[in-house]
Design a binder for this molecule. Structure first.
Ligand code: ATP
Ligand code: MG
Length: 419
């Protein structure tokens, strides 16, 4: 539509509910949006009451799609700003609808239902909300003849928001992930394997406002480059939601070999996982993270009984969050598909945890036994070299970023990842 300003309306839910922290949360959300919109041309992000507006968006659909991936956002709409005159609003509504229909591949609205919904923040507007809605509905129905009208759950709702200095008009809502802005609840270390579960667990932790430091244990030469690529690709997929992310890759083969050679078979998995948690705890200390996040789910595999989870957690020395604890595998898979990690996780490359898996793993581990075995294994120096050998990759918006220039300390919190 000639001359009309294009913009994006961003709606958020829970963020607004946190009373004392509200302003802080909104500010963080705005920052996450700015970050997600990097590369999109727009005229600035405003934060009028209860809403965020991305003004003068060069490509409002692309911007709305990107914004709809930001945690804390419940929905977004590509919109137009029209003068506060009924005719201008009608024209904007037609235009918004035309775009929405084209995108749905149904240019005249055939077989679809719609309604018009108006709100007035400014009550001085000459028409009442109902009257305005009716007028606009008449106008668009005379143009898109295929439409049916339906008040309850129509396919499309044309929205009109009359503000003091403009009317915002839109016809499509893109669903956001909800949750809370990443970083609003602090930091955690998320253990990322090449499996289906852990990326979903990390995503859920991010969704609840945690900034995650991803940690992957890699075991060359037992597993190849492809396993490492898989972890990187998973991290890339997650970074589409989380602004910037850091993935730490730590070499685990020596630790695994020592456990394989020195410990009774049934205890291997528990010992691997305890060793992983020890290294993860170090990363948590160095990056100011209060908790670990894992993809463990109760009863999913032999290592995931309450007894075993307790044995594994003991080595973490801090809170371990398990967002998938109560998920059935099907539920996890459905979510993995939705967030775009399932395909990557399904690549047939082994993960180091599947190496040397015992034929009969211990179902109910006992802590004292594990500690006694660990005494004999002398793992400390190996864990130390695992930690020292860690590498760092930075990711943002689905891309791997070039390595930080030398001289910039990589593992200080905030030195690449953000708050
Ligand atoms: P996943 O599908 O996430 O691998 P899983 O059901 O296969 O989970 P396990 O292999 O026992 O279960 O792993 C339990 C958790 O331990 C994982 O969800 C992950 O958080 C962590 N983990 C396992 N292997 C690794 C690894 N190589 N690097 C980092 N974390 C790992
Ligand atoms: Mg696994």
């Amino acid at each position: 539509m000639n001359g009309a300003e294009r913009l994006v309306i961003v709606r958020y839910g829970e963020v607004g509910l946190k009373r004392g922290n509200r302003a802080l949360f909104e500010k963080l959300l705005k920052r996450r949006l700015a970050d997600a919109l990097r590369g999109e041309r727009h005229g600035g992000i405003e934060r009028p009451h209860g809403r965020i507006l991305v003004r003068a968006a060069a490509d409002p659909w692309a911007a709305a799609e990107r914004a709809a991936r930001v945690f804390g956002v419940t929905s977004t709409s590509p919109a137009l700003s029209a003068p506060r005159e009924p005719q201008a609003i009608e024209a904007a509504a037609s235009f918004a609808l035309e775009e929405a229909l084209a995108r749905r591949g149904c240019p005249d609205g055939s077989g679809l239902t719609m309604k018009v919904e108006s709100t007035r923040a400014d009550k001085s507007f000459p028409l009442g909300s109902m009257e305005l809605s009716r007028r606009v509905a008449d106008a668009v129905l005379s143009r898109f003849r295929g439409f049916g009208v339906r008040m309850k759950e129509p396919d499309l709702t044309v929205g009109i928001e009359v503000r003091t200095d403009e009317a915002l008009v839109f016809a499509e809502r893109l669903r956001g992930p909800g949750g809370l802005p990443v970083g609003s609840l602090g930091r955690a270390v998320a253990l990322l394997s090449g499996g289906i579960d852990s990326p979903v667990a990390a995503w859920l932790a991010m969704k609840r406002g945690l900034l995650v430091e991803l940690l992957h244990f890699h075991a060359p030469p037992f597993v190849g480059e492809a396993s490492r690529e898989k972890a990187l690709d998973l991290a890339r997929a997650l970074s589409r939601y989380g602004g910037r992310l850091r993935l730490w890759i730590a070499p685990f083969a020596a630790v695994q070999t020592a456990i394989r050679d020195g410990a009774p078979d049934p205890y291997r998995t528990l010992l691997y996982r305890r060793a992983m948690n020890r290294v993860a705890a170090r990363l948590a200390d160095s990056s100011n993270a209060r908790a670990l996040v894992t993809g463990e789910s109760l009863g999913q595999v032999a290592s995931q009984t309450l007894e075993n989870l307790a044995c594994i957690e003991d080595a973490a020395g801090r809170m371990v969050l398990r967002p998938l604890l109560t998920y059935d595998k099907e539920e996890t898979i459905a979510l993995a598909r939705r967030i775009g990690t399932f395909e990557i996780s399904s690549r047939p490359h082994p993960d180091c945890c599947t190496l040397f898996t015992p034929a009969r793993p211990k179902i109910r581990g006992r802590l004292e036994e594990l500690r006694d075995i660990e005494e004999t294994l002398a793992l400390e120096p190996l864990l130390e070299s695992c930690w020292e050998g860690r590498e760092l990759a930075h990711l943002a918006h689905g891309e791997l970023l070039p390595p930080a220039p030398p001289g910039i300390a990589a593992d200080r919190p905030g030195s690449g990842g953000e708050r």
